[in-house]
Design a protein around this ligand. Sequence first.
Ligand SMILES: NC(=O)c1ccc[n+]([C@@H]2O[C@H](COP(=O)([O-])OP(=O)(O)OC[C@H]3O[C@@H](n4cnc5c(N)ncnc54)[C@H](OP(=O)(O)O)[C@@H]3O)[C@@H](O)[C@H]2O)c1
Length: 279
Amino acid sequence: MSKTVFLTGASAGIGLLTARALAARGHRVWGTARKLENLPKDLPGFHPVVLDLNNRAGIPAAFLAAQEEAGGAFDVLINNAGSGTFGPLEGFTEEEFRSQLETLLFGPLDLVRAALPAMRARNRGLIVNVASLATEFPLPFLAPYSMSKAALSAMTEGLGIELAHTGLRLIDLRPGDFRTKFHDSTKRIELSPALAAAYAPNLEAAWNAIDKNMNAAPDPQQVADALVKIVEGKTKRPVVAVGDIFQARIAPLLVRFAHRAWVQWGLRLYYGLKTGKKT
Ligand SMILES: NC(=O)c1ccc[n+]([C@@H]2O[C@H](COP(=O)([O-])OP(=O)(O)OC[C@H]3O[C@@H](n4cnc5c(N)ncnc54)[C@H](OP(=O)(O)O)[C@@H]3O)[C@@H](O)[C@H]2O)c1
């Protein structure tokens, strides 16, 4: 049965592939980007929506106008849009830090709040929040990103529990690395020469490791396919990890049994980070 889906970040990467995959299966998609011209044209059943997650005041109106067009309620909301900001935590200005939280946490929360009343009134609806495996494995020099994703995961699970008595469903989707332009769009914060020197060479090692991992990562179509299954009700698990076998299956399993110090050792090794002697 055809579903109505509100999907953020439909102009690139996972979101664009998801919009195409959903449209190909006859679903109607209201897909967002910050600029209209970046959204697909001539995709059957696709409705472009301009939405900037960092312009909070505009979010409810953009969503509610789309909801009206869709018939008064969406079957599915997918909070997918996102971007990263890279640098040592102590170098982030308050504004840079807040901006990550707006994009990755407060913006998606605004959409959840906007979608809930109509979904509750119908006693059905699905909300999928695209978090990340960074929820479990924080990325070096992407602390505001990792903490926002961890918070988004906690929010998804918490809300799912709060809505247990209703027909609504919440899913926390956690992709591993996928070959999109995400890393190319990642902003690097400006650092004073002293701070840059203090974090070299780990800063560059981490940047290059992420770049290498992203280039060698699997095709993001895998995530789009997982999202289609979720939309069509074929996946009902509240937390869905998607990625290569190591990232999505083995690592989350290991993390449950391993001492956290080993996990951190593994992360340092994975990102090629030098370790100092702890006093
Ligand atoms: N790729 C991965 O390895 C990976 C791994 C784990 C999690 N994820 C998550 O998956 C989601 C999609 O990532 P992707 O890899 O597909 O990235 P991508 O190719 O860079 O696409 C990002 C999408 O988000 C939109 N976007 C970015 N900042 C926005 C903002 N402030 N307001 C509104 N829209 C914004 C972009 O639209 P415009 O720029 O056109 O506005 C674009 O459509 C993100 O939440 C990301 O954190 C990705």
